[in-house]
Each structure stands twice: as C-alpha cells, then as structure tokens.
Design a protein around this ligand. Structure first.
Ligand SMILES: [Zn+2]
Length: 122
C-alpha cells in the first residue's frame, strides 16, 4: 500500500512536470506569434514610410524637371543664338549645368559618409 502511494506520487510528479512543460511551450508559441505580429506591424509601418518617401522624392524630381524645362524654354524662346547667348541665358544655362554636375560629387561624398558611419556602427 505504501509502495503504491509512492508510485502514484511519482507518476503525479511526472505528469505535473509534463503539464508544466506543455504550458511553457504554449506560452513560448504564443509569444512567438505575438513577436511575428508586431514584426508584421513594424514592416507595414516601414513600408508606408518608404512609400511616402518614394512619393515625395518622385514629386521632387517632377518639380525639378518642370523647373529645368521652364528655364530651358525661356532660353529657347529668347532671341539670342546658341553661339552667342545673352547674359540672362548664360546665367540660366550655368544654373542648369551646376545643378547637373556640381551637386552630384557632393551627394556622392555625403552618401559615402553615411555608408562609413553605418559600417562603423556595425
Ligand atoms: Zn538669351
């Protein structure tokens, strides 16, 4: 009788441990599901941010293009000739040229700076 009680206690202990294990695994799975859900929300948020940046950048490019087209049309409509541009057209052409060439090396420089900063962080 004593032996049986002892065995039953042992079995109960095993069963309890098993149940606790199951509960713990369920908790871990629930946590994982929560983590995935919050990751999904983060990605959705980042996608929205990227989308907004892309839209703004596209609008900026369109605006920039419009400005250049307008400036060029002023030069086209002017009475001066390509071989002999007036002061105003020379000024306009200089602005358009500097927008194309002088700012790019600067942008590349900044990009390199950001990249090296990111590498230093990692
Ligand atoms: Zn002109």
């Amino acid at each position: 009788m004593k032996k049986l009680t002892k065995l039953r206690t042992k079995l109960n202990l095993q069963e309890n441990r098993l149940r606790e294990n199951f509960e713990m695994l369920d908790q871990i799975r629930a946590d994982a599901v929560n983590d995935i859900e919050s990751l999904t929300e983060d990605f959705q948020h980042m996608t929205l941010v990227a989308e907004s940046i892309r839209r703004n950048y596209r609008a900026l490019l369109a605006q920039n293009q419009l400005l250049k087209d307008t400036l060029l049309s002023i030069v086209d409509e002017c009475e001066c000739w390509p071989q002999n541009r007036c002061d105003r057209c020379q000024q306009i052409l200089k602005i358009i040229a500097s927008d194309n060439s002088e700012q790019k090396p600067d942008a590349a420089q900044k990009y390199r700076g950001i990249l090296s900063q990111l590498r230093n962080l990692g």
